[in-house]
Design a binder for this molecule. Structure first.
Ligand code: EPZ
Length: 424
């Protein structure tokens, strides 16, 4: 298991390019199950979760080829085996987003058998909304031996309201509705940009979707979908991580190839703590001059502050002046980075879904342990600003969603090296 060796403090300065969005590429890959034709996906990030889902798609008879120009071309190359466990436990347990094959398989083949994703480090993460949505479209759903089995001779368009906004829940039900007979109206949908990006791909494949990115999505079912060429949107969470690093280290970073509108909740919060924000043709520039002030933060579904940037922002709040409170409203266990930050010298007090951070406190390098994808990013940023050497263990968490993080940080002036576990 690789680790990062970081020597701080460093000031992050320069230009960095956002990779394609992991959380847009994953549903896009699942959507290729909806057609026999070839689909070309551009700007797909080379991260572990993408490789995991490609493995699952190959298990399902899809060819997944990386072209010389970097595009991923997906096309069915052998018929799906009816008996196969579509998404077996040993694949789903490593990545819960595998559940995204449920909707497309059900819509295209009338049947899907997928291992129930267990919880993960950040929470229980049930999929009841996914299943209620599929049932509303006429599917029969059975749970047995840790698997969910869904069948439907033909899905029928319906009106369905989610009990709460769920990103992959909206994406799964949307991918089922596109081949249903008749019109569906999906209400209380997730409004994350990645949902709208999936709808753009599905429409390019011949679907008839309107309203994606808003609360209500309307879908007119079609008989079949064709192939398409699609460029995945930039990763607002990966890019936002580097912008937070700029503010944290008193730096000056310009993020290229990012959509400022998708980052509005973060940019507003960075302005509130006193960072200078410039958005222009060259990209999004964040520059921190002088002391930054503490600001409270509550995570919320988009267009609220993204839970996926909460851990990284906590690292920043250890260096701002004053007391800040973070309220994590999306997941029940998403403060696992806090004890590790405290070991580096941060003054953080966690009480249920809230954390209180008193800053600024000098951070000292330490051996720390990553527990989940975004907690890892938080600890890497803390290591960059800490005095001395930080070793972040279990970097495989980071590799799930950050493409070449050590290279991007080195380019911005950080002293970060990837070491194999066996190396000192
Ligand atoms: C997506 O997860 C993202 N993953 C997560 O990113 C992100 O943190 C999350 O959305 C919230 O923005 C992908 O897109 C692959 P949810 P998802 O369903 O869809 C509850 C990362 O770091 N809920 O929007 O699984 C759930 O428990 C990852 O890249 C139900 O109760 O999240 C949570 O409290 C981590 N029943 C809330 O809704 C359901 O059926 C939001 O979860 C579904 C969800």
């Amino acid at each position: 298991m690789d680790k990062f060796h970081i020597v701080g403090p460093s000031r992050l300065a320069g230009r960095v390019k956002a990779s394609g969005a992991k959380n847009a590429a994953l549903p896009a890959l699942a959507a290729t199950l909806l057609t026999e034709a070839a689909t070309e996906l551009h700007n797909v990030p080379r991260v572990r979760d993408i490789r995991t889902l490609c493995k699952l798609l190959e298990h399902l008879g899809m060819g997944c080829e990386e072209r010389a120009d970097g595009a991923l071309v997906l096309q069915r190359f052998q018929p799906i085996e009816a008996s196969a466990d579509d998404a077996p436990y040993d694949l789903v347990k490593t990545m819960r987003a595998s559940v995204l094959v449920l909707g497309p398989l059900l819509a295209r083949y009338g049947h899907a058998r997928v291992s129930l994703p267990g919880g993960c480090a950040i929470g229980v993460r049930p999929i009841d909304q996914h299943l209620k949505g599929l049932e509303a479209l006429g599917a029969e759903v059975r749970l047995s031996h840790g698997y969910v089995e869904t069948t439907a001779s033909r899905l029928v368009g319906a009106r369905f309201r989610f009990d709460m906004p769920t990103v992959t829940g909206t994406e799964n039900v949307l991918m089922a509705a596109v081949l249903a007979q008749g019109t569906s109206v999906l209400e209380n949908c997730a409004r994350e940009p990645e949902v709208a990006d999936l709808a753009d791909l599905l429409n390019a494949m011949g679907a008839r979707i309107s309203g994606a990115g808003g609360e209500t999505i309307e879908v007119e079912g079609v008989r079949e979908l064709g192939g398409a060429r699609h460029r995945v949107i930039p990763d607002r969470i990966e890019g936002g991580t580097y912008l937070i690093g700029a503010a944290l280290t008193g730096g000056d970073v310009t993020l290229e190839d990012a959509h400022a509108a998708d980052l509005a909740p973060l940019l507003d919060k960075l302005a509130e703590v006193g960072a200078q924000i410039d958005v222009g043709p060259a990209g999004i520039r964040v520059c921190a001059v002088g002391d930054l002030r503490a600001a409270d933060l509550t995570t919320a579904p988009h267009p609220g502050f993204p839970t996926d940037l909460q851990a990284q922002f906590m690292a920043l709040l250890t260096q701002t002046h004053g007391v800040a409170t973070i309220r994590e409203t999306i997941f029940e266990n998403r403060f696992q980075h806090a004890p590790e930050l405290m070991r580096m010298g941060a003054d953080v007090h966690v009480d249920g879904g809230s954390a209180r951070i008193q800053g600024p406190t000098p951070l000292a390098g330490a051996n720390v342990m990553a527990t989940d994808l975004r907690a890892s990013a938080c600890l890497v940023l803390a290591g960059v600003v800490a005095q001395g050497e930080t070793v972040v263990e279990r970097i495989y968490h980071l590799d799930r969603g950050y493409e070449g993080m050590e290279l991007k940080l080195q380019k911005l002036g950080a002293q970060v090296a990837r070491r194999a576990a066996s190396e000192a």
